[in-house]
Design a protein around this ligand. Structure first.
Ligand code: HEM
Length: 186
């Protein structure tokens, strides 16, 4: 997995729990560079350690990390990708053809997953995900973080899931303007 993802995990733990927690998380780890790629096992190990350090469930950490990566890391590193779309729906419809394809061509050793995204009614998208990494919880977080960037909420249904034995994960996503009511879905 690419260094940008490791660096985002460090930033996420720093933002949520402070510098000391991030230092404990990365104790004994190599320095993760934005120009390099690292074995996937390293990310799984760090996520497990983050869950231990914070007393949270692994899936909960992965989801929060996904939200943070889209809303904070990607928007900071790649603002132009977000600026060309006016809404989360428009962004998600082109994430594969405009972004992941470009990432594969320009960032050495990055292998983002092949996503198939199509429109679902006027306010939604359908996403099919087949990566052997089976990071569907991360994907849900990335979708929610993208929605937040555009001031929207995403209601995400996972209709089929590789973790439940299906051959692919299929999500239906409905996007609405973010509600200002307290306790909105995250
Ligand atoms: C500007 C926006 C985005 C950029 C620049 C970007 C780029 C990347 C990069 C560099 C990776 C690491 C791949 C690797 O190291 O092999 C990645 C992974 C991933 N991306 Fe994106 N991405 C973006 C948005 C999204 C969005 C909105 C979604 C969900 C719809 C998404 C879904 C994923 C998933 C699930 C992974 C984990 C790898 C896997 O499952 O195989 N990405 N992306």
């Amino acid at each position: 997995m690419h260094g940008v993802i490791f660096s985002s995990l460090r930033d996420y733990v720093t933002a949520e729990y402070g510098d000391d927690a991030a230092t404990r998380l990365l104790a004994g780890e190599p320095v993760y560079l934005l120009s390099e790629s690292y074995p996937d096992e390293g990310l799984a190990r760090l996520i497990g350690r983050a869950a231990e350090l914070t007393g949270r469930d692994v899936d909960d950490v992965v989801h929060g990390f996904g939200v943070f990566t889209a809303e904070t890391t990607f928007t900071r590193l790649y603002p132009a990708f977000f600026a060309i779309s006016a809404s989360a729906r428009e962004f998600l419809l082109t994430v594969e053809t405009r972004i992941h394809e470009l990432v594969r061509a320009t960032i050495p050793n990055a292998r983002p997953p092949q996503l198939t995204v199509s429109g679902l009614g006027d306010d939604g998208v359908d996403i099919v995900y087949t990566s052997p990494r089976r990071l569907c919880v991360l994907l849900r977080g990335l979708v929610q973080g993208t929605a937040r960037h555009y001031g929207e909420d995403a209601a995400i249904e996972e209709e089929t899931c590789m973790r439940r034995g299906d051959d692919r994960c299929r999500f239906s996503v409905r996007l609405t303007p973010a509600s200002s009511a307290p306790g909105r879905a995250s």
